[in-house]
Design a protein around this ligand. Sequence first.
Ligand code: SF4
Length: 92
Amino acid sequence: MSRPSFHEDAACREAPLSVTWFPGRGQSTAPAVKICASCLAADECLVWALDHGDDLQGIWSGTTQRQRQRMRRAGLATHAVHSPYRLVPSGW
Ligand code: SF4
């Protein structure tokens, strides 16, 4: 998978290597989610992640794979979404 164009502005580019972007069961998502919260590319990242379907793993725009699956099932149009810090209510 090639790097998406928004990656030039991505906060994750400068994240410590200790941050887990593909957490396994029982691993915290918090460090990655915290970095996403400050990312200038968060909106583009979320659209990109939603466009890549239910099989896309990892933390993208502060969302987990399961959260994105719920968003897709809820029918959120990718052209209308924004970073979860502005749109998605808690509990997603
Ligand atoms: S929102 Fe998160 S995963 Fe997406 S580009 Fe920014 S830091 Fe990386």
